[in-house]
Design a protein around this ligand. Structure first.
Ligand code: B1M
Length: 208
């Protein structure tokens, strides 16, 4: 319990220096690398998001926390067994055109790869055409789109429309702070996930 709390606190407070040691401590206490990610690092990021929302945290703290989390991820990633990394399907992931927010998308990516999916991350500000091309090339089961702004979420509809007009078989899922279930339905997407854990469950359900 102690190692759990300290690692979580270190991420929340953006204390990058001790992150690796604290992660090792949690591993020594018997947690698996995946548990350390899912039960300590990601909940820490979620808490930071809430603190930002309520005005307790500002942008520099948010960025420091994201960096501390990334340090934990890169330390833990190689320790996750190759068994878990065997591919259950391919997901093309992108933040839509005009949008450069990627903290949430990167968490979704991490969770999907840790759950055995082959993730092709196209990055941020990705044009619709490029997303569709990548999906065709990789024979993707799923196209995952992230958008954080009301001005860019409309690009998700453009991707759905383009995929339909090309007859792409990949299912399309959407997420990101401003996106809702209703919006997803309205634009004809195959699914919506409010967070990274639900994104994994949604992908599992759609790939089956
Ligand atoms: Co910007 N920003 N930002 N920003 N930023 C928001 C989104 C905003 C809500 C802040 C605000 O005004 N209150 C606002 C949008 C307003 C709106 O449209 N409603 C905004 C704005 C306006 C802007 C700029 C225009 C500011 C400016 O320059 N004037 C500019 C835009 C640049 C651009 O994109 N063209 C900008 C820039 C930036 C930074 C660069 C400083 C930085 C981004 C750094 C980065 O991503 N590398 C930034 C940040 C950090 C934020 C806030 C503070 C935090 C976003 C975040 O990372 N949250 C944000 C405020 C907010 O969201 N309340 C804000 C944490 C993250 C873990 O959550 O991304 O929601 P989230 O992801 C979650 C779920 O949504 C879900 O899972 C994740 C994990 O649980 N999810 C998916 C996400 N993608 C998914 C995909 C899925 C499924 C689930 O399927 C594929």
């Amino acid at each position: 319990k102690t190692s759990e709390k300290t690692l979580k606190d270190a991420v929340i407070n953006g204390n990058a220096e001790n992150i690796k040691d604290l992660a090792d401590l949690a591993l020594k206490a018997g947690h698996s690398p995946l548990d350390v990610i899912n039960e300590m690092v990601i909940p820490a990021l979620e808490e930071v998001g809430k603190k930002y929302e309520t005005g307790e945290f500002f942008l520099p703290q948010l960025i420091a926390a994201a960096e501390a989390a990334e340090m934990a991820f890169s330390h833990l990633r190689p320790l996750i067994s190759s068994e878990k990394q065997k591919s259950h399907g391919t997901v093309v992931l992108a933040t839509v055109r005009g949008d450069i927010h990627d903290i949430g998308k990167n968490i979704v990516k991490l969770m999907l790869s840790n759950n055995g999916f082959n993730v092709i991350d196209l990055g941020v500000d990705v044009p619709e055409e490029k997303i569709i091309e990548a999906a065709i090339e990789s024979n993707a089961d799923i196209i995952g789109l992230s958008a954080l702004m009301t001005t860019t979420m409309v690009r998700m509809k453009d991707v759905v429309d383009l995929a339909k007009s090309r007859g792409i078989p990949s299912k399309i899922i959407v997420g990101g702070a401003v996106v809702t279930e209703e919006f997803a339905k309205m634009i004809g997407a195959d699914g919506y996930a409010p967070d990274a854990v639900s994104a994994v469950n949604l992908v599992k359900k759609l790939v089956k």
